[in-house]
Write a protein that binds this ligand. Structure first.
Ligand code: SAH
Ligand code: SF4
Length: 370
């Protein structure tokens, strides 16, 4: 695994790496476990507040230049559906977005926002960014307009989770939290940091990988690498088109890896029992939403234990596409279902605060979309 950049931030370090630090300071190994648990399990944001460590060690660590590396909340935008879009700031000033989506009754229109009022045994999904911006340049996605600013470190990916869990007063083990790597960025173009973050979240924060899903635009060689990981989330692939000509038009990445390569990698992907590969399909009115496109998707997915998440385009300024009609979405979905492919319509979350899929562009002025 690649090391975090040498900024002496503890978040992002493994138990082995923390052990090396603690030992270099002449302290017993078990202090590393206490530090690991305080960071990832108890989510203590400040070194001075780690009460399981002796004060002398906290002072030593600080004197050596170490800090926890917890990010800060720059802004919160709260949707009428309970979704919260966080603008999260890292130590160099870089910001990204992390989205909190309460499931179930917390998400109903007119409910109080979930912030601070999360009762026991609630369920929610946190959508994480893996890069600041994105280089893949899909034509329907607002994140693409940012370009790629930089990769996030493993500590910065993990930090988003810990920060939001703290802000929402979540207790892992009591509350059920899902993680989706579907925020800003292409996780498979920041592969090592992404995988390291997954391992730390599993081992340190006790969030099982079975509650995590990563979405890729289709970085084909990384799909095979990912398949071989001993600890891995579920996989979702952003298909979004039913033939190469169409996909090339809306996802330039398709020039590098054609649908045939992508679907071959998908076919090779070793699914666990009862696991399905998810394919996301953003429906763009008059572009990829015709019944013929749905029939092509059925052909493409033949032989893959797949399910399809349909997403009607979430509109945004500078996005040159329209949201399809409900009738077109329904017809598309019915063709997939009739062919035996489970197909779900993903309901947009936090549309009013630019928190929905494809809208993450760090907007701070909210132009009405309706
Ligand atoms: N970069 C990764 C993960 C983040 S995007 C990927 O592309 O898979 C998460 C999902 O949002 C993708 O499936 C993408 O196709 C979808 N998406 C992007 N822009 C959208 C938009 N404007 N409306 C609806 N979904 C969009
Ligand atoms: Fe990047 Fe995903 Fe947006 Fe494409 S859809 S530009 S891969 S974030």
């Amino acid at each position: 695994m690649r090391r975090n950049p040498p900024q002496l931030e503890l978040l992002g370090l493994t138990i082995q790496e923390l052990t090396a630090i603690v030992e270099s300071l002449g302290e017993p190994r078990y202090r590393a476990r206490q530090l690991f648990d305080a960071l990832y399990g108890q989510r203590v944001a400040e070194l001075e507040q780690i009460s399981t460590l002796p004060k002398s060690l906290r002072v030593r660590l600080a004197a050596e230049g170490y800090r926890t590396g917890f990010p800060a909340i720059d802004q919160r935008f709260i949707s009428r559906d309970g979704t919260v879009r966080y603008l999260v700031r890292f130590s160099d000033g870089q910001t990204v977005e992390t989205v909190w989506m309460p499931d179930g009754d917390g998400a109903e229109e007119g409910d109080e926002p979930a912030t601070g009022s999360f009762s026991p045994n609630r369920r929610a999904t946190i959508c994480l960014s893996s890069q600041a911006g994105c280089a893949v340049n899909c034509k329907f996605c607002m994140t693409a307009l940012l370009g790629v600013q930089r990769n996030l470190t493993a500590g910065e990916i993990v930090g988003q989770v810990l920060l939001v869990l703290n802000d929402q007063h979540i207790e892992i083990g009591r509350d059920r939290i899902n993680l989706v790597f579907m925020g800003q960025g292409e996780p498979f173009l920041n592969y090592e940091n992404f995988i390291r973050a997954v391992q730390l979240l599993v081992e340190g924060a006790a969030i099982p990988e079975s509650r995590m899903t990563v979405s890729t635009s289709g970085i084909v060689p990384r799909i095979a690498d990912f398949a071989a990981e001993p600890v891995r989330p579920h996989l979702a692939i952003s298909l979004n088109a039913s033939n190469d000509a169409l996909r090339e038009r809306i996802m330039p990445i398709n020039r590098k890896w054609k649908l045939q390569d992508l679907l071959e990698a998908a076919r090779q992907f070793p699914l666990r029992s009862r696991e399905r590969l998810t394919f996301e399909y953003v429906l763009l009115s008059g572009v990829n939403d015709a019944p013929e496109n749905a029939r092509e998707v059925v052909e493409l997915l033949r032989g893959i234990r797949a399910k399809v998440n349909l997403i009607a385009l979430n509109p945004g300024p500078e996005i040159p596409f329209q949201t399809p009609t409900a009738a077109a979405v329904d017809a598309f979905q019915q063709i997939l279902i009739a062919a035996g492919i489970p197909a779900y319509l993903r309901r947009p979350r936090g549309l009013d605060i630019y928190a929905a899929c494809g809208q993450l562009k760090r907007s701070t002025t909210l132009v009405s979309l309706t």
